[in-house]
Design a protein around this ligand. Structure first.
Ligand code: 5AD
Ligand code: SF4
Length: 482
């Protein structure tokens, strides 16, 4: 186990081990030596800043990357005026890439002032060959580039960069490897994401994820359960199980297990009080899973069920493998089994070929399902995906106009729903001090909605009953009950 590693006993005169994670422990020890030299010269420890773009997967990866940097000896900082700045990138939508290049320009000016500074980029954007070429050509000052499949190699790559002082690039097309027992630095003491699988096999026609995250690989249930047990012993009470399509969990393991069975085993772990998961694909959400959620005392009564479009025609072009009617039937089945469940979704507006009639189907689903909230996206053309070459790309003014109509519809339903719960007392996991008012704290309900209420920071990390006093669209103001 990582916690028991005595890095000072690792003999750096020997060749690095071939096996993982031992090989990375060796390189962590090697980098530690370099940090000691830095400290002696500069009279301080080097500082590292990790910035995350994109989804929960990336957020979890960043915790692992920061864990390795801290094990090496870096001090964490939020400021980019640091000695090591790492961007963990997203490439799901085009503007995310533009944002990264803009920020890199700014980092270059910082590096001129601090020549010791190292700049690193990793994540989904780096899995695209064109982006690597751009970095090689126009961003020579970037020291380290790696992808999504080898984040566990950070210490090894950093050691190589320190040794060669050259731009170091290591991006793999895919992998079957999952390396366990590496350090990680959690952002919250009381809640944590836990990867249950990596990659995606669905190939929705608009989505770049299967190309940049590779094929589906499930972690062994024992590794997942051990990680959660350790988190619980460490004071974590809420966990979020992460996978691009959790319904496929376990299918390819030597001893197959279903996602619902995994959830039951997680439920049995003492200390864990709330279980969330993300994301199930509507095409293969099983009756077994619905039954397990319905019976569970710990699984939050919220399900994120991306619809993407309400038009069966568009869903077909999106390669989603369900129709509007099948989706609505599924929602009905879930609501019958779990009446108090809140449903959230992802919707893309302006997919190629989307007509006004198709869009009205989407609005119709939104009205029928009554989503608690929704992530809405303007379709973004990702080269390399089938949708990028489809005819009838929707003009951006048309897509934007539809997008605004959709937002208005969603806001109307979600404020109606939040209004309904006013006056009720619900349990809130307190997450942080309120950013506007230090006498207040902010937390989340089981359905993931935010509540602000007067309270002290000692409440952070605990679950308390709060009376919901006022609904404010996507959040509540409340009062703690005694
Ligand atoms: N354009 C717009 N939205 C997209 N998403 C994925 N790919 C694209 C794209 N090319 C959205 C989907 C997905 C969410 C994570 O991002 O709605 O569920
Ligand atoms: Fe992308 Fe579809 Fe896989 Fe989700 S399920 S990551 S939208 S391809």
């Amino acid at each position: 186990m990582y916690h028991e590693i005595e890095f000072n006993k690792i003999d750096l005169n020997l060749d690095p081990p071939i096996e993982e994670p031992e090989r990375q422990y060796y390189y962590i020890a090697k980098c530690q030596k370099w940090v000691k030299e830095f400290e002696q010269k500069q009279g301080r420890l080097p500082k590292a800043c990790v910035t995350t773009f994109g989804c929960q997967m990336n957020a979890r990866d960043s915790e692992k990357l920061l864990g390795v940097l801290k094990a090496i000896g870096y001090e964490e900082t939020d400021s980019e005026k640091a000695d090591f700045v790492l961007y963990n990138t997203c490439t799901v939508r085009e503007n995310a890439n533009q944002k990264v290049y803009g920020k890199l320009g700014f980092l270059q000016t910082l590096k001129r002032k601090n020549p010791n500074m190292k700049i690193a980029i990793c994540g989904c954007m780096m899995q695209e060959a064109d982006e690597i070429e751009t970095i090689k050509r126009s961003y020579r000052f970037v020291d380290l580039v790696f992808g999504t499949h080898n984040i566990y190699k950070l210490a090894e790559l950093l050691a190589k960069q320190i040794e060669t002082q050259k731009q170091t690039i290591d991006v793999w097309e895919d992998t079957t490897e999952i390396v366990e027992s590496l350090p990680n630095q959690r952002k919250f003491s009381f809640k944590s994401g836990v990867n249950i699988m990596f990659g995606c096999n669905n190939f929705c026609s608009y989505c770049i994820v299967p190309y940049v995250r590779g094929r589906e690989r499930s972690r062994n249930p024992e590794d997942i359960l051990n990680e959660i047990k350790k988190l619980a012993a460490d004071g974590v009470i809420e966990i979020m199980l992460l996978g691009q399509n959790v319904n496929s969990y376990g299918k390819t393991l030597k001893q197959p297990i279903t996602f619902a069975q995994l959830l039951q085993r997680v439920e049995a772990i003492d200390g864990i009080e709330r279980i969330r998961f993300m994301t199930p694909h509507p095409k293969d959400l099983s009756d077994e899973l619905i039954a397990v959620i319905a019976q569970s005392k710990k699984i939050c009564k919220q399900i994120h069920l991306p619809i993407q479009s309400g038009s069966t025609e568009i869903l077909k072009k999106m390669n989603r493998h369900y129709t509007k009617e099948q989706y609505l039937k599924l929602v009905e089945k879930i609501r019958t089994a779990i009446p108090d469940i809140s449903i959230t979704t992802d919707i893309i507006v302006g997919f190629p070929g989307e007509t006004e009639a198709d869009f009205l189907e989407t609005l119709d689903v939104v009205k029928q399902v009554q989503y608690e909230s929704a992530f809405t996206f303007l379709y973004s053309k990702r080269s390399g995906t089938p949708a990028a070459d489809m005819p009838d790309q929707v003009p951006s003014e048309v897509a934007k106009e539809r997008f605004h109509r959709l937002l208005t519809e969603i806001q109307t339903t979600s404020s109606k729903l939040t209004e309904k719960a006013v006056g009720k007392t619900e349990f809130v996991l307190v997450e942080e001090q309120n950013t506007q008012n230090p006498e207040m704290v902010t937390g989340r309900l089981s359905n993931n909605l935010i509540v602000h209420f007067p309270g002290s920071i000692e409440l952070i990390g605990t679950i308390v009953p709060v009376k919901l006093i006022k609904a404010k669209g996507f959040y509540y103001l409340g009062e703690k009950e005694n």
